[in-house]
Write a protein that binds this ligand. Structure first.
Ligand SMILES: Nc1ncnc2c1ncn2[C@@H]1O[C@H](COP(=O)(O)OP(=O)(O)OP(=O)(O)O)[C@@H](O)[C@H]1O
Ligand SMILES: [Mg+2]
Length: 254
């Protein structure tokens, strides 16, 4: 960062944070689990409709970063700013962030047992502003249409992942966080979910994908951020990461 600031810029800083002008803006966030300092000053900006790969080794802090951005109680955000479309999410709680249009699809998918596919979708809609209606969901997810009356937790892992994503889209969302959406899935199912993420991108939903399968995530993404021990070690275009063997070797083991 440049330490010699233009006085005009300093003046402006009193009235408006630079994050306010961006669609989704993360400004120097620091987050803790108890006294464990995990997210150590992360910043990035996303334009509306951009797809970002958030990558890094196991334990780098990717899930913790997504949880912080979704404003979950744990970890605790101690400083920094998060702006969504001019709204200060750093001043909000998780349910308010969800109302503002943030949806996190966690690694464990949180499919509700004892309910059918359709009941899981309907429940998502009653707890928030409605996004896609059921017909729209089923047109994008034909496998879920076939299984609408099936008990959701009896579906395959890939089908449950599709339901988890569909449930997020059944609400009125602006930003989607996917934590390891391809984990444990066969390549053919990964391709099917990739197709769905492309459709999501095409309708202009801003997306952050955390994935160990970095190549699959990068080929869908505009940009990439690589984290290590809670800090950003690289930020650039997705293509740059695909082309940079040293970087992939050092931080991604691919
Ligand atoms: N609830 C928690 N309490 C304390 N420490 C935690 C908690 N959850 C995660 N951590 C620690 O925070 C650090 C970052 O974990 P995080 O789950 O964010 O990593 P990650 O990049 O998502 O890793 P992975 O690729 O394995 O999913 C790790 O050292 C982890 O042990
Ligand atoms: Mg994780």
């Amino acid at each position: 960062m440049n330490v010699t600031a233009d006085p005009k810029e300093l003046e402006g800083a009193h009235t408006m944070s630079e994050g306010e002008n961006q669609f989704f803006s993360v400004r120097d966030i620091h987050a803790y689990y108890g006294e464990s300092y995990i997210v150590q000053g992360i910043s990035f900006d996303l334009k509306k409709g951009e797809v970002l790969s958030l990558l890094g080794r196991n334990g780098a802090g990717k899930t913790t970063t997504l949880r912080t951005l979704a404003r979950l109680d744990n970890p605790q955000l101690r400083s920094g700013e998060i702006w969504l479309d001019g709204e200060p999410l750093h001043e909000r709680k998780a349910h308010q962030a969800a109302q503002s249009g943030i949806q996190l699809v966690p690694e464990d998918r949180r499919i509700i047992g004892g309910l059918t596919v359709e009941e899981n979708l309907v429940l998502a809609q009653v707890s928030g502003e409605v996004g896609w209606d059921l017909d729209e969901v089923y047109s994008h997810f034909p496998r879920l249409a076939e299984r609408r009356k099936q008990e959701a937790t009896t579906m395959s892992g890939g089908e449950q992942q599709m339901l988890a994503v569909a449930r997020a889209l059944a609400r009125d969302i602006k930003v989607l966080f996917l934590d390891e959406p391809y984990e444990g899935l066969a390549p053919v199912i990964v391709q099917e979910i990739e197709g769905i993420v492309r459709q999501i991108r095409d309708i202009g939903i801003t997306t952050i994908i955390v994935e160990q399968n970095a190549v699959a995530a990068l080929r869908l993404s505009d940009r990439a951020v690589i984290m290590d021990t809670g800090e950003i070690v690289y930020e650039g275009s997705a293509q740059e990461v695909l082309d940079n063997e040293q970087l992939r070797h050092d931080y991604l083991a691919i």
